[in-house]
Design a protein around this ligand. Structure first.
Ligand SMILES: [Zn+2]
Length: 227
């Protein structure tokens, strides 16, 4: 039992993305819902200080996990859970192009050697590269495991559902990111990707299952395939 000296008890650990990623995320959100949509969501999320003031384009850890999850919650509150998650998914897809521009070359994804790899290997390298990016530049923790028919992409400390409670998986922005990433590495294919477990549902991690076999072509967005 606490003895009354509650100094340590109130200490809160705060986790962050770098400003640059928060910036990418807000730009992606603007791509799918427009400037006024983003403004309304930020206001509803209690983040009015972010309105018209995009995070700076640097790697300093300044975009809080709580901010991301409040935005995700606000999307669902504003548009209803299904449509809100759909918008988050689309923002995740759009966000990939910003990430690719800034981190892709760094990770060797544009190299000729990468382009010559067999498909399953490309998926593996691509998913590992995304995991490495989050592990190296953010407080988010990601692991990727390979099974016979699919990959498992696991997120501990997930900013999308940070502090949230939900009856269904709610980190659809990550599904969108993975959908676009796997489409990019495969030059337009669509893979079956599902969030199979979510911290907001009481699970120990957010778990995304990524099928190895393409099921279809992914409908085009504003993102052009690699040259
Ligand atoms: Zn999550």
């Amino acid at each position: 039992m606490a003895d009354g000296h509650a100094v340590k008890l109130t200490e809160e650990i705060v986790y962050y993305w770098p400003n640059k990623m928060g910036r990418m995320f807000l730009l992606a959100l603007e791509d799918v819902m427009g400037e006024s949509g983003v403004k309304a969501v930020l206001n509803l999320a209690g983040l009015s200080h972010r309105v018209g003031s995009c995070p700076t384009n640097d790697l300093e850890l300044g975009f809080g996990f709580d901010e991301l999850s409040q935005i995700m919650q606000a999307l669902e509150d504003m548009y209803g859970p299904r449509s809100g998650r759909r918008l988050a998914y689309r923002a995740g897809r759009a966000g990939f192009k910003y990430g690719l521009k800034d981190f892709g070359a760094l990770l060797g994804l544009a190299d000729l050697a990468f382009r010559l790899l067999p498909l399953a290997m490309k998926l593996k390298v691509g998913l590992d590269a995304i995991a490495d990016t989050f592990n190296n530049f953010t407080d988010q923790r990601v692991r990727v495991e390979e099974e016979t028919s699919h990959f498992v992409y696991m997120v501990e400390r997930c900013p999308l559902c940070w502090g949230r409670r939900s009856n269904v998986p709610c980190c659809s922005a990550a599904v969108g990111l993975l959908q676009e990433a796997t489409s990019w590495v495969s030059r337009g294919k669509r893979f079956d990707i599902k969030e199979a477990g979510c911290i907001a549902m009481g699970h120990s991690q957010c778990t995304f299952v990524v099928g190895k076999q393409p099921v279809d072509e992914l409908p085009q967005t504003e993102i052009a395939p690699s040259e």
